[in-house]
Design a protein around this ligand. Structure first.
Ligand code: NAD
Length: 302
């Protein structure tokens, strides 16, 4: 009979629970589908999402197609607005203004990046905050930073929070580290974790001794865009690790976390692919439903 492993040996061979983003994403989509059905039957409102794609970037075309397919599955109408790569700023703002005024459109998604010559910040700010289902408008970013429940939250960080909930992570009082400070992921995520009462340390490319900071954390979220940045020696035993990174390399698609090594130390870990990725579109559907629900609430209140 084999001898029982010593405690350190057992820890070294332990395997983390893998947080299944495809399964959690499917639950969110089902929740949205039921919500869409209820909104239609109770208020006669059919949620609608407008997608604007400027130019012919194949990756952007694929993302927009997937978003529209997900809308169709959830019962959300989508209105596709493809524009030529040579579109002028005045033409794009005119389209955004028209969609802002269209009552059948509850959400507007401007696929980024835009071709050179179009200012993504200015165009995003042109979208009515109530229809900004990507949560990138300065008004929504400000509401989130203020801890307001009225904020429309960017889809990827909202998806990370959903994964943490699904993993049963105890956030209140927990030490959480966010790696990355982009307006798309890192900053809103730090606000969300703070709103969930975590003690948040926000790291970035200038952070000194990232490894030591991460080792203190019970929750680590990596959104740096650096393949295998987070190694096993940077993670405390039993920590929950969420990997936002999607890095296309010669070895294939890699996250920001060294999955094989870290999964022997962490308590729970999200994989790449199959972790955060499937959550992003699911949360876009949820944001669109929420924007449409607000229309119903406004009608009832009026
Ligand atoms: P970004 O380039 O805008 O920001 C990266 C951040 O990481 C910066 O704040 C930078 O300071 C920090 N950083 C870079 N190198 C670092 C290092 N060595 N140590 C510590 N911090 C470092 O990127 P982003 O848009 O926030 O995206 C981050 C990653 O998440 C990318 O891989 C991106 O592809 C991925 N992403 C995935 C999804 C998804 O749906 N799964 C969505 C958005 C972004």
């Amino acid at each position: 009979m084999a001898a029982e492993p010593s405690a350190p040996e057992a820890a070294a061979t332990a395997t983390a629970t893998v947080i299944d983003g495809r399964a959690v994403g499917a639950q969110v989509r089902e929740r949205v589908r039921a919500g869409v059905e209820a909104l239609r039957s109770e208020h006669g409102i059919e949620p609608g999402l407008a997608t604007i794609l400027v130019g012919e970037d194949p990756a952007s075309e694929l993302y927009v197609r997937r978003k529209r397919e997900a809308c169709a599955e959830a019962g959300i109408r989508s209105f596709h607005e493809p524009l030529d790569a040579a579109t002028r700023a005045s033409e794009l703002t005119a389209l955004i203004d028209r969609l802002n005024a269209d009552p059948a459109v509850h959400g507007i998604l401007l696929q980024l990046p835009l071709p050179a010559g179009l200012d993504a910040g200015a165009m995003t700010a042109r979208i009515a905050p109530a229809k900004d289902v990507d949560g990138l408008h300065p008004v929504n970013a400000g509401l989130l930073a203020h801890g307001s429940p009225e904020a429309i939250v960017p889809c990827t960080p909202a998806g990370v929070m959903e994964l943490l909930r699904a993993a049963g992570a105890e956030l209140a009082g927990a030490r959480a580290v966010v790696i990355g400070r982009s307006t798309l992921v890192g900053r809103p995520l730090a606000s969300l974790l703070l709103g969930a009462d975590a003690t948040v340390t926000h790291c970035h490319s200038r952070t000194r001794d990232l490894a030591a900071v991460c080792r203190e954390a019970e929750v680590v979220v990596a959104a740096a865009g650096v393949p295998r940045l987070v190694s096993a020696d940077m993670v405390a035993a039993g920590a929950t690790v969420i990997d936002v990174g999607t890095n296309r390399t010669d070895e294939g698609l890699l996250g920001d976390v060294d999955f094989d090594a870290v999964s022997r130390v962490a308590g729970a870990i999200s994989p790449v692919p199959g972790g955060v990725g499937p959550m992003t579109i699911a949360m876009l559907l949820e944001n669109t439903l929420r924007a449409a629900r607000r229309t119903a609430e406004a009608t009832v209140a009026a």
